[in-house]
Design a protein around this ligand. Sequence first.
Ligand code: ATP
Length: 262
Amino acid sequence: MNSAKGSLEVAETKSGDGRSSSIVYDSTQPALGCTDIVFNYGVLRALRGVSLEVGVGSSVGVVGVNGAGKSTLLGVLSGHLSASSGGHSTFGVDLHGRGLRDHMRKGVVLVPEGRHVIGKLSVYDNLLLGRSCFGFKKPEKSLLDFVFEVFPEVYGRRDLKAGALSGGEQQMLAIARALLAQPRILLLDEPSQGLAPKVQERLASSFAALLKSGVTMLIVEQNLSFARSCTSSIYALAQGEVRFHGDWESFASKADLLEEYL
Ligand code: ATP
């Protein structure tokens, strides 16, 4: 439950052993923000001072060709990777140098590229795995009901082995698993990859439902038309730098950008 104190709010969270703790955050701050992020893989500089902001309740895209630095950026923002310099925060809470578990506890959750579902386990066990790995206790029924409402396909296949699902269903399972961590900000890495246009449409409609429920989203995509269907503004990355930030109309009006990113 949240209680307001001016712009400061207190959100109660529960750890896996049932203990409560609270996070104080500033609701006037962006849901997610980063400043001058630099990330190196050895001598290779993958991010060269990236700054971005994702407003509360918005859906923002990050586009760019292979190797632009998109996955690395999500890795840093989700706590999988630690930036060489720069900082990032959620609702004004500094996350720089904090690990994956801390990011999840603050509501920043990544759906990685490639889904990573475990084919030999049932769909239901895959769902629960996301929580148990991070020490969260079993989900409340109301949370499961919410997730199954967004993805009825996952509910319908809950007793099957995850390996028996289609690519689209596996993507929905991967997102459903992330939702069980109760994200306030969901980071998605190329969710439309390998999916037929009809399945992409279905996914975009589930993103609209998530936005309506209050989840903020940052979506990395190479598929511009899919990204446009489910985000309101974009950042375009090239060689580890932000080359463009704005709405889709301005992006589309810049023919040189379209050529570079299509
Ligand atoms: P893609 O769409 O192909 O995944 P991307 O935009 O997500 O591309 P990144 O995967 O972030 O780009 O890669 C950025 C740069 O860092 C690339 O030059 C890539 O080769 C390099 N890179 C990525 N991962 C590693 C790694 N584990 N070790 C070394 N270099 C890496």
